[in-house]
Design a protein around this ligand. Structure first.
Ligand code: AKB
Length: 331
């Protein structure tokens, strides 16, 4: 028997199923296929089930198990957890910041109702649960450079509000019911093989495609908008390493992680070192207001101290790897 931080006694149940049997929700978004690949290397190809509500490509089907899973359908999720003997859920399904503002009712459903379903399953089957949070969980009254782990969080997007809710609910389920909940506040993630869908940091992916195709990018943010960013390899490694930490070594359940911070102008300069003829123009839209309310730099000293988090890619390395990976696609 273990006491929660409220002093309420609860029985710590062993997980019903093996934690190395992982279900990834929203698996066909920017992070899912990449995470499945690295998890499958560690846990075995059959132990990681990707799921989504869209049809997978042949490549996805050929590389490991894929199931249709609607996070709004609790019974559907429960059936998968039981039938597949899932011990860990990585819950990626969410509407991101920009697209969330365009469809608040859907964001409420996916980001909040979906979260409640997943939390309830984690409680019922004592699952380990990883849910990414975001720089978007901070708002204009948070310190912006650097932004510590514990500070004012008054976000002004539905995405941010729902992510603060996820952090708090996960931490509540942890101290109340003993669920092994873990969360990382991710910066904008930059990847070559998969695209982000509807975020405020998406320009930092599109700019590479434009640099290699039209040679011009029209940016929806001002040139001096500084935001935290991370190359996908660092992000996936962070999630893997964080999942592997023994529970007793975690001093907190939600950590900031930081790699680099840059502005559109700085990113452009770095791309121009490789493609001198590349040009950019600026046409800020509603995403500017969102970016202006977000951190410029996350303080991730707790992650670095507690579980030795380290990023490998800086701005220069990011530009090199993105252009190298994308160039063959446009030849
Ligand atoms: C977004 O821009 O909404 C996401 C994020 C930073 O969480 N990429």
């Amino acid at each position: 028997e273990k006491k929660s931080s409220l002093g309420i006694a609860f029985t710590q149940k062993a997980s019903n199923f093996d934690q190395a049997r992982v279900l990834i929700t929203g698996g066909l978004g920017q992070l899912g296929t990449g995470l499945a690949q690295v998890l499958r290397m560690e846990y075995g190809p059959q132990n990681v089930v990707l799921s989504d509500i869209v049809c997978p490509s042949r490549q996805v089907i050929e590389t490991g198990p894929f199931l249709y899973a609607d996070i709004l359908d609790y019974n559907n999720l429960r059936e998968i957890v039981v039938n597949e003997r899932i011990g860990t859920i990585v819950h990626f399904s969410a509407l991101l910041s920009a697209v969330g503002e365009q469809n608040v009712p859907l964001a409420l459903k996916v980001n909040i109702e979906g979260l409640h379903n997943v939390l309830e399953l984690a409680h019922r089957f004592n699952l380990r649960l990883f849910i990414p949070s975001t720089i978007g969980a901070f708002g204009p009254s948070s310190p912006r450079n650097p932004t510590p782990d514990v500070t004012i969080q008054r976000p002004e997007t539905i995405y941010g509000v729902s992510k603060v809710h996820a952090e708090l609910m996960g931490e509540y389920y942890h101290h109340r019911f003993g669920i092994d909940f873990r969360s990382l506040r991710l910066p904008g993630i930059i990847s070559a093989d998969t695209n982000p869908g509807g975020g405020t940091t998406d320009y930092a992916v599109q700019i590479f495609h434009d640099a290699l195709t039209t040679g011009h990018h029209t940016c929806y943010l001002r040139p001096d908008t500084r935001l935290p960013m991370m190359y996908i390899h660092d992000c996936l490694r962070a999630i893997m390493e964080f999942l592997d930490i023994p529970e007793q070594s975690l001093r907190q359940r939600t950590y900031n992680i930081q790699a680099m911070s840059f502005t559109p102008a700085e990113l452009t300069q770095e791309i121009q070192k490789v493609i001198p003829e590349f040009t950019i123009s600026y046409s800020p839209d509603m995403r500017q207001q969102i970016a202006d309310s977000w951190p410029q730099v996350l303080d991730d000293s707790n992650a670095r101290q507690d579980w030795h988090w380290q990023h490998h890619y800086d701005l220069q390395q990011l530009v090199k790897v993105m252009l190298e990976k994308l160039a063959p696609k446009y030849k």
